[in-house]
Write a protein that binds this ligand. Sequence first.
Ligand SMILES: [Zn+2]
Length: 369
Amino acid sequence: MKEDYYKTLGVSKDSSAADIKKAYRKMAIKYHPDKNPGDKAAEEKFKEAAEAYDVLSNPDKKARYDQFGHQAFQNGGAGFGGGMNMDDIFSQFGDIFGGGFGGFGGFGNSQGRRVLKGKNMRVRVDLTLEEIFNGVEKKIKLKRKVLASGVTYSSCSQCNGSGQVTRVTNTILGRMQTSTTCPTCSGAGQAIENRPSGSDINGMILKEELVTIPIPAGVPHDLQLKVTGKGHEAPGNGINGDLLVLVNELSHDKLEREGDNLHYQLYISMPDAILGTYKVIDAISGKLKIKIHPGTQPGKINRLRGKGMPSINGYGTGDLVVHINVWTPKTLDKKQKEFFESMKENEHFEPKPEKSEKTFFDRVRDMFS
Ligand SMILES: [Zn+2]
């Protein structure tokens, strides 16, 4: 049985939006994973509070919850269902802990001070099919923002490092105290102390670095990989941004990829189709010998199990699908022409497709089954 959302946040049904926000902020700080590393119970509380706040902070969802309870969000109805992930929860924090800082993202920590995060970087890597098949380490030159050597930071003098400033205003109801994000440091609690010449306002410089990007075997085209911490650095005690790598698969001159399967167009001569032979093809996993049976029809498909691409999830390997095409000669000499003329009425050259000769559509269906 799921706990009542109001109970989760410790508020009553007639609490104001501001009270609900305040209650959630308190819970989020208390149960924040940074403050309770490895504590599963705290993480559960953290998630439950986020879920409750997600509903109770939204007037529409709140109204439905007040009327129907948890029932309101079941059966796949529009709105909330099945818990929130950590990314959802942290994206909610912008609203709870205040806005941005000169080009840096951030999130609140237990002191209400914001931890600065460096910007993410994005690159695209071109990969051959062979590189994707084997997995590869790509080295790429990047210009990252890093701390200039010799830069130092000190506690912000306006907020003494807390990231928050307190204002006292006199109103007719008495003195009111409000806390807001420190305007000098934008909540970071730090100020630059020694800025080396040539560095920017945050004490950072652009530095070219050779970054190694591990590419796992079987990555699909257009996949975005994340290399944690290899984006721009953040000033002060911040954490690095991430490097987001977009996979760009280059086209191959022989093979075509379809998921984990590879397709190969094999052309054989008419005599080979009639008499049968062996063909060696350059598959990605190495050379493969293919048997061509006597009387092979054009369009026949040989499916070689496990000779395709490795699955990125580690679940086996795709297939190599060899499509057999029979090459019809376009020019013949006199003798050849006479031979085929003489075969025109020959019963062996008469098309007699058997039931067992699958149609093109049957074969396509087989291929995807
Ligand atoms: Zn400050």
